[in-house]
Design a protein around this ligand. Structure first.
Ligand code: ZN
Length: 200
């Protein structure tokens, strides 16, 4: 982590001027997260999206400083994910997940913010609504609402910066699973995320 930080300084990036964004690709390694009937795994879908955000960001004229909590198929503890955000003095923490339900008709995107209000809560909720709106408008996803939860990754980062957990859709729903499993759609999702980061 310290090495990563030093590398940024060595490569001449001004850490003070750019927003530091931590994208947390949920699960990884032996923790596959939700599984679809066709074998698609949550850990792969969210990593693809996170890597697309990184790739698209690098082609921007003024890229953000984006860090992923994992760059490959490895399992990182929840504590290490949030410690990274704190060590980097992150300006935003966004955790990516996919949903799963017994009811195969359950569908849509939901965004979670931390249950208890902190300095950054209003911004987090505002961004959560922006994400929902854009997923609906641009990709036709149903909005399941902005919700509040006491998830560890939110609890540990909400004091530091706006912290959000995005459930990208249901792997238990055949339509959404096939949508999320497409590489092209990972790019479309990543673009929405990047556009929201632009407005922050
Ligand atoms: Zn998950």
């Amino acid at each position: 982590m310290i090495l990563l930080f030093q590398m940024c300084i060595c490569f001449g990036q001004d850490l003070g001027a750019q927003k530091r964004i931590v994208i947390d690709a949920g699960h990884g390694g032996i923790d596959s997260g939700a599984l679809a009937r066709n074998g698609a795994q949550e850990k792969d879908i969210v990593l693809n999206v996170a890597q697309e955000v990184l790739r698209l960001n690098s082609s921007l004229k003024e890229p953000h400083l984006i860090f992923l909590t994992r760059y490959s198929d490895t399992l990182i503890s929840l504590g290490d994910r949030t410690r990274l955000a704190m060590a980097l003095d992150a300006d935003l923490f966004l955790s990516l997940h996919c949903n799963h339900a017994k009811n195969h008709r359950a569908r849509g995107v939901e965004v979670f913010a931390y249950r208890y209000p902190f300095k950054y809560s209003k911004t987090a909720v505002w961004m959560a609504y922006q994400l929902q709106n854009q997923f609906k408008k641009q990709l036709g996803f149903e909005s399941r609402g902005v919700k509040f939860a006491n998830f560890q990754v939110l609890r540990d980062t909400a004091k530091q910066c706006p912290a959000l957990l995005l459930e990208l859709g249901f792997l238990s729903n055949a339509d959404e699973n096939s949508f999320l499993s497409s590489k092209e759609n990972a790019t479309r999702i990543a673009l929405i995320i990047l556009n929201i980061l632009e407005t922050y």
